[in-house]
Write a protein that binds this ligand. Structure first.
Ligand code: ATP
Length: 466
């Protein structure tokens, strides 16, 4: 299963290129920047919010809209606190933390230089820091033995702040699907196998967040729980979902050679998992998880049934059996996926001796589908056609009007934010009623009657759809 292919070059050599493009063009900004920022939270700007919404829409289309066996759900972020006790998160949703005795900086042991390849057993070994002679990367000071640090954020519900009022900010959306299993199954009269899909915010008090949008403390997940018969049916579903999920990234433009799968070692498996494989991407900072596919067995529904005394069994009308369904989960991050599409789309090329930066987004992910550009902004009649065309296109797709520079610069600006098509209106348009449509990737230009532009854009979008 694990395909440890030889290393490949990342799409972009330095993460800084993406971070500065992201800020300059309005994809994402550090949160609360004018206050000096708050570590590991990012705000999406005008282009970023479009990109991320498009990513979520593409996922929802593949996972809910086009599937007649999967339905959607939007559960609350705050849940009964006992949910997180039953799920095992209160006891064991933690990472190994080490602290420098002199500068007091804290690190996640498996992200320290020298700690990256430690096995899950070694990460729990109290003497591991000493044995490997690990020191603080900041000042070379001695590091403490690892201790487990729980990643859940807590708060209090209601006016009294005591132990009894504690609530957790969910660290995953999955539990909302488990506790609603019976509600969803009965109200939508689903037969097994079927799935529940959710997109929503999750929170983790990560020890060492970083690499821009890659690891943040507030993020969005896109998770799907697939309920199946116990045993072989779960293994078969797992083997179907893993390639399907990897293919989803490829269908939206991620280079296949920068994707691989990695199976979790037995001592790395979470307490609930029978099998787990990550889809990984070659980020500028190494191979990292994009999405996890997990065979969770009957752990989730079994535990919630025991804790609540509720019957969460499924009755199979064909075989007349009662059983607790097993779950195959696909767990992706919306931010991490958007970040990946952004990195993988970025390319610099030379055209007629000039450099251009292009975000070669799949058209469906591109923030703007089309830009309408008047060649002469001083000609009121040209501007009027361009504005009218933009307004008409905007009823169906994200369309932008720009007349703030010369045409060459306007094209480069749209290339750099990944707009697949630019439409130019010129003086001739007044006579022949036609405009020029330019393709971002081939840079080919074609003359199209102004009334035919929308149809052309919508047809190209439909053709590109996976
Ligand atoms: P890691 O080991 O990297 O901390 P994980 O294995 O705990 O991650 P999962 O619990 O499987 O991650 O979460 C599912 C998905 O949610 C991840 O593949 C990732 O895309 C996303 N995700 C998890 N944590 C974060 C985070 N802190 N910031 C952004 N996305 C995240």
């Amino acid at each position: 299963m694990t395909s440890l292919s030889d290393d490949v070059a990342p799409a972009v050599a330095a993460l800084d290129t993406i971070v500065s493009l992201g800020k300059r063009r309005g994809f994402f900004f550090p949160s609360s920047e004018i206050y000096g920022g708050i570590n590991a939270v990012w705000d999406y700007g005008p282009l970023g919010v479009e990109l991320k919404n498009n990513v979520k829409r593409a996922w929802w289309r593949a996972m809910v809209q086009e599937r007649d066996d999967i339905v959607g759900l939007d559960a609350g972020i705050l849940m009964h606190p006992q949910v997180w006790v039953t799920s095992g998160h209160v006891a064991s949703f933690s990472d190994p933390l080490v602290e420098c005795a002199t500068c007091k900086r804290r690190y996640r042991l498996d992200e320290l230089p020298g700690g990256e390849d430690l096995t899950a057993t070694e990460l729990r070994d109290e003497r591991i820091v000493e044995r490997l002679g690990l020191v603080c990367p900041n000042d070379g000071g001695p590091l403490s033995p690892p201790r487990r640090f729980n990643l859940m954020f807590t708060s209090h519900m209601g006016p009294v702040e005591d132990e009894g009022s504690i609530v957790y900010f969910r660290p995953e959306t999955a539990q909302g699907s488990y506790v609603n299993f019976r509600n969803v199954q009965q109200s939508s009269r689903r037969k097994i196998p079927f799935g529940i899909a959710q997109i929503g915010k999750s929170f983790r008090n990560e020890i060492s967040p970083g690499n821009s949008l890659f690891r943040t403390r507030e993020f969005e997940q896109m998770e799907m729980q697939y309920f199946v018969r116990p045993g072989d049916a779960a293994s078969a579903a797992f083997e179907e979902w893993l390639p399907r999920r990897r293919a989803w990234y490829e269908a939206y433009g991620v280079a296949p050679e920068r994707l691989r799968t990695r199976e979790h070692a037995p001592d790395e498996l979470a307490h609930y998992a029978k099998k787990a494989v990550d889809v990984e991407y070659r980020f500028p900072f190494g191979w990292k998880e994009l999405e996890g596919v997990h065979n969770r067995g009957d752990f989730d529904l079994g535990s919630h049934a025991r804790a609540t005394g509720e019957n969460l069994e499924y009755f199979d009308p064909v075989t007349e059996e009662h059983f607790i369904p097993w779950i195959v989960e696909t767990a992706a991050g919306a931010d991490r996926a958007a970040f990946t599409f952004l990195i993988d789309a970025c390319r610099e090329e030379e055209v007629r001796g000039e450099k251009r930066v292009v975000l070669g987004f799949h058209p469906e992910l591109a923030p703007y589908k089309v830009a309408v550009l008047p060649l002469l902004k001083k000609r009121a009649d040209v501007v009027e056609i361009a504005r009218r065309l933009r307004d008409d296109l905007a009823r169906d797709v994200m369309a932008v009007y720009d007349d703030t520079a010369a045409i060459g610069k306007l094209y480069r600006r749209q290339d750099e934010i990944g707009t697949p098509w630019c439409v130019t209106v010129d003086v001739e348009s007044l006579e022949d009623g036609a405009v020029t449509v330019r393709d971002r990737d081939s840079m080919m230009q074609e003359r199209v009657p102004v009334e035919g532009v929308k149809r052309l854009i919508l047809d190209r979008l439909a053709e590109a759809r996976p």
